[in-house]
Design a protein around this ligand. Structure first.
Ligand code: ME8
Length: 519
């Protein structure tokens, strides 16, 4: 068995409903998880909700609700959207689970035993929106003279007795770790930001709160709950059984990839590794900070009212069209924009008109003219092998790029294979050969079936529902990377007498409605 592969998304704050940014992160992580499963890895994929903290308390208060009731309701929407988007998570964690409390208290005790926790008075700035402490020097001034965090959110002065974590002690160990593991923080631009931040010196971190009680209680310290980021980060180990299920924990930890957004890189690449070093646990292999999804180039926010419900998008355009669009049109690691016309244009060009049409034309022709029987070897031509070579190269390029998380580039390579097929089908014109040269027609159609199968397996992680249907139409059961390059499949499948049924179109052509057109 190949090495296990443990991948996580951030766990999302359920103080509101899921938005397209959450959907984007889950989709990207899901495509990577599916890709690694195809590679034969024993994948563990975790997502979930981060339910403690002052932001939740304040939101509940604003809605005149019990905070737990708010968490239950909102977490449900995240669970629902994960299912609606075909997210193949193995574990959906909620930080209100008792096992998560136990794990958070266990890592706390380990940090305490290391001598890294002490009680003192915290006085400083806190942003509820970011659930983050900031130093005076990091703040900027808003238009009305109010102080703002580097993320542009309001900060308030807080002063209370809290536990502190000796973050300062880990400055040098962290810098040494970054140097020894150049791929720990990706992409490069985020790595540089973190290096600069840590080189600038680290202050000890306030890690408990006494002014509210919605959190994991600090062991043997009545009145203190853990700072929400301490328990939030711990989800990555509590979800795989830390500390009670040693076998499972040791199988999957350290994580291969924490996939998160660019705004929370500091928590994952400074605080989290420091907590783990303190608790004497191994560090994750990589943290990837993806970019933000913008609505027509604009940041989405409650005040501008331009937040888009990902479920509505999936219902309108199709889950796979949405998944494909997000991974193809946004260069992974950078910000990117979406709009109705961009989704429609991309989905039609690549999926409907190119790949879908290719499969539809080929399979319906076989169903209609050969009674669904798989074409014979017929009379081959060098053009056939040339096409298969081109498709093989395109699928390999896809895999090489996907492996390094160049997701958009991977899809571009895959499309080169689809284009090659469309050129081939136009040049060979099998429908014209039906009467004039049936032997040649068989060879052309058989070549296309092989090519379509390889392309469909390759794209499966990105558009699992549609590629799955296409592979069902061809009776393909093994969808691994190894199977993709299995050149003996065609003859074996033909020998079973498998018949291709008249296919139903898989990627419907989308039409932009008037209301969706740019103003
Ligand atoms: O930060 N585009 O939760 P969260 C892309 N609970 N990604 C976006 C985005 C956008 N417009 N907006 C947010 C939290 N994200 C913490 C995480 S992990 C131990 C705790 C991303 O609900 C964001 O960067 O605010 C983060 O990775 C994720 O969505 C959840 O954000």
């Amino acid at each position: 068995m190949a090495k296990p592969f443990y991948i996580t998304t951030a766990i999302h704050y359920p103080n509101g409903r899921p938005h397209i940014g959450h959907a984007y992160e889950m989709i990207a992580a899901d495509a990577i998880a599916r890709f690694q499963r195809q590679a034969g890895r024993d994948v563990r994929f975790q997502t979930g909700t981060d339910e403690h903290g002052l932001k939740m308390v304040q939101t509940a208060r604003g809605r005149d609700m019990d905070v737990r009731a708010l968490a239950d309701e909102m977490s449900g929407y995240f669970h629902e959207i994960a299912d609606a988007l075909d997210i193949s998570y193995d574990r959906f964690i909620r930080t209100v689970e008792p096992e998560h409390y136990a794990a958070s208290q266990a890592i706390w005790k380990a940090m305490e035993e290391a001598g890294d926790l002490y009680l003192d008075r915290y006085e400083g700035w806190y942003s509820v929106r970011d659930e983050a402490f900031y130093e005076e020097k990091e703040l900027t001034e808003g238009d009305g003279g109010q102080k703002l965090s580097p993320q542009g959110t309001p900060v308030e002065w807080t002063s209370e007795e809290t536990w502190f974590f000796r973050l300062s002690k880990y400055q040098q160990p962290l810098l040494d770790f970054y140097r020894a593991n150049p791929d720990f923080i990706r992409p490069e631009s985020r790595r540089n930001e973190v290096l600069r931040f840590v080189e600038g010196g680290l202050a000890d971190l306030s890690v408990s709160r006494t002014s509210f009680d919605w959190g994991v209680p600090v062991p043997e310290s009545p009145g203190h709950v853990m700072y929400v980021w301490v328990d939030a980060l711990t989800n990555y180990i509590s979800g795989i059984g830390y500390p009670h299920d040693r076998a499972q924990f040791e199988k999957y930890w350290p994580a291969d990839l924490h996939l998160i957004g660019k705004d929370i890189v500091r928590f994952h690449t400074v605080y989290w590794p420091a907590f783990l070093m303190s608790a004497k646990l191994p560090l994750p292999a990589q943290v990837f900070g993806h970019g933000f999804v913008l609505n027509r180039g604009e940041k989405m926010s409650k005040s501008t009212g331009n937040i888009v419900d990902p479920k509505a998008l999936a219902e309108r355009y199709g889950v796979d069209a949405l998944r494909y669009f997000l991974l193809r049109d946004i260069s992974f690691g950078q910000d990117g924009s979406f709009s109705a016309e961009a989704i429609v244009t991309r989905a039609n060009a690549d999926l409907s008109n190119s790949f879908g049409n290719l499969a539809q034309r080929t399979l319906s022709f076989i169903a209609k003219n050969l009674g669904g029987e798989m074409p014979d070897a017929g009379r081959g031509d060098p053009a056939d092998q040339a096409l298969l070579d081109e498709v093989r190269a395109a699928c390999r390029a896809f895999r090489a790029a996907f492996e390094t998380l160049s997701l958009s580039q991977a899809l571009d390579s895959w499309m080169a294979g689809v284009f090659a097929c469309n050129q081939y089908i136009d040049a060979q014109a099998p429908w014209a050969l039906r009467k004039s040269d049936p032997d040649r027609m068989h060879a052309v159609l058989g070549t296309l079936v092989r090519a379509i199968r390889e392309l469909a397996i390759t794209i499966e992680p990105v558009v699992p529902g549609s590629a799955g249907k296409m592979l069902d139409q061809l009776g393909v059961t093994d969808r691994s990377h190894e199977a993709a390059e299995d050149d003996g499949w065609y003859e074996r499948q033909k020998a079973t007498g498998f018949k291709i049924a008249p296919p139903t179109p898989i990627f419907p052509r989308l039409v932009l409605e008037e209301a969706e057109e740019p103003a």
